[in-house]
Design a protein around this ligand. Structure first.
Ligand code: TRP
Length: 451
């Protein structure tokens, strides 16, 4: 059965699919507002350091586990640990996290799709300030049929891609959507930086002021690097399990990390010049792109067109990520329970849709349903992104660095990577054994309020 496992048609296909997993709402929605709230260029610099010291080594580690075993997260840990229940539970935690993240991420993705429709309808034309945009958002998201319609629709689109398989589904979709995404974002960056008064926004992204960096800035930057690169739950592990042993893992990992980082930076250059050109403040928090940008488009030439482009960009970015999340759980069920992929994709898509209902309803009817003081949406987001992902990340680093062992792991890393120098191998093994687990432990402790 293992011999029949499908493989990516090409290295480029794998890199685009994995970069598609990484590039998502994290890059276009979250990264810019974190930059805006945490001091601009200084935050970006810190983010880049985290990506290089922690992001890249863990990306390599995850792909390596998957490619070596050619299995899902649970099966991978089972094989490499000879059935050790603790490590299998780490794989299981990854699959569970996949269910949880997809369940609420798909709700936001659905809004993006819904906003494409609203933009076509011209719903934003009379909206003159961010407060009115906020009201529009509340009035749309508080209608259960609107939220649930797009939550369901988005899940159906995601299922369709997974149903079609690795090469015919994910790879083909990524080869179309990733270049499209780049074109869409470039159109918007060019629009942004050519607005009158945009120079202040560009300066904001380039002038580093170290005095704004605090311990909290560092944790936020590291946590963001982790989420943005899709780390900690076996998404890249799963994609790696369809990779051929003839391709170089470090080479692919570097390309994935560069694409993810460049797109986050471009999102900054798309948003801040426009925000500054309109005389608005950068520290707007999570509503930055939903409430500020739609208004900004009202006062720029051809804003109607650019607004549609913008929400399309968000939708495409979200879709390449929901695909990777559904693929993790589908691969798990197909490998472990030998269900046919097509059946698994439909069944799991429906299950995740249902798990996502409380999150979707957090905005329409269930506002007062609270778990530990949080709405269902915020609760699922918190435990999956702030607790399960860093925990998964620590265990993945410790597993590869110490249990499986950096030396054994390195011998598999060299397969397909003929040009990898001994220096780079040692650098990777130091990062994965010491630096990554310690730094991830710090984000974990800070996100649960201990640091
Ligand atoms: N990386 C995606 C983003 O930036 C989100 C995502 C997709 C993700 N798959 C993941 C995050 C797996 C963690 C784990 O939006």
């Amino acid at each position: 059965m293992i011999n029949q496992r499908e493989q990516w048609g090409s290295k480029r296909g794998f890199v685009l699919a994995a970069a598609g997993s990484a590039v998502g709402l994290g890059n276009i929605w979250k990264f810019p507002y974190l930059v805006g709230e945490n001091g601009g260029a200084a935050f970006i610099l810190l983010y880049l350091v985290c990506v290089i010291l922690v992001g890249l080594p863990v990306v390599i580690a995850e792909i390596l586990i998957g490619r070596t075993t050619q299995r899902n997260p649970v099966g991978s840990f089972r094989e490499l640990s000879q059935g050790n229940p603790f490590w299998m539970a780490v794989g299981g935690l990854g699959v569970l996290t996949g269910f949880l993240i997809l369940s609420y991420y798909n709700v936001i993705a659905g809004w993006c799709l819904g906003y494409v429709v609203e933009s076509f309808k011209g719903s934003f034309q009379q909206i003159e300030n961010p407060a009115l945009a906020g009201e529009l958002f509340s009035s749309l998201s508080s209608k259960p049929h609107w939220t649930l319609l797009f939550h369901g629709l988005f899940m159906m689109i995601t299922i369709t891609v997974i149903y079609a398989g690795i090469t015919k589904g994910i790879e083909r979709a990524s080869k179309i959507m990733m270049p499209a995404l780049l074109v869409l974002i470039l159109i918007l960056v060019i629009r942004g930086v050519t607005l009158k008064g945009s120079a202040a926004g560009v300066g904001y992204l380039l002038k580093v002021d170290f005095s704004v960096i605090t311990g909290k800035t560092f944790f936020l930057a590291l946590g963001q690097a982790f989420f943005s690169l899709s780390l900690g739950m076996g998404a890249l592990l799963t994609y790696g399990s369809y990779m051929s042993k003839k391709e170089s893992i470090p080479g692919s990992a570097l390309q994935i990390v560069i694409l993810d980082t460049v797109i986050a930076l471009l999102a900054g250059f798309m948003i801040f010049p426009a925000v500054f050109a309109m005389g608005m403040h950068p520290a707007q928090g999570p509503s930055l792109i939903f409430n500020i940008l739609p208004v900004v488009f009202n006062s720029i030439p051809a804003g109607y067109f650019f607004r549609i482009v913008f929400f399309l960009l968000l939708t495409v970015a979200a879709l390449t990520s929901t695909i990777s999340l559904l693929e993790v759980i589908t691969t798990f069920v197909v490998d472990e329970f030998r269900l046919p992929r097509k059946m698994a994709a439909i069944f799991l898509g429906i299950v995740v849709f249902v798990i996502g209902l409380p999150s979707a309803l957090s905005f329409c009817g269930w506002q007062n349903v609270r778990l530990f003081g949080l709405t269902c949406f915020d609760f699922v987001d918190f435990i999956s992104a702030n607790i399960f992902l860093p925990l998964g990340g620590i265990f993945i680093a410790l597993f590869v660095g110490w249990f499986w062992g950096a030396e054994k792991a390195s011998s598999h890393l060299l397969e397909g990577a003929v040009n990898l120098t001994p220096f780079l191998v040692s650098a990777w093994s130091i990062l994965i054994r010491f630096i990554a687990p310690v730094l991830i432990l710090l984000i974990f402790l800070s996100s649960i309020g201990i640091l």
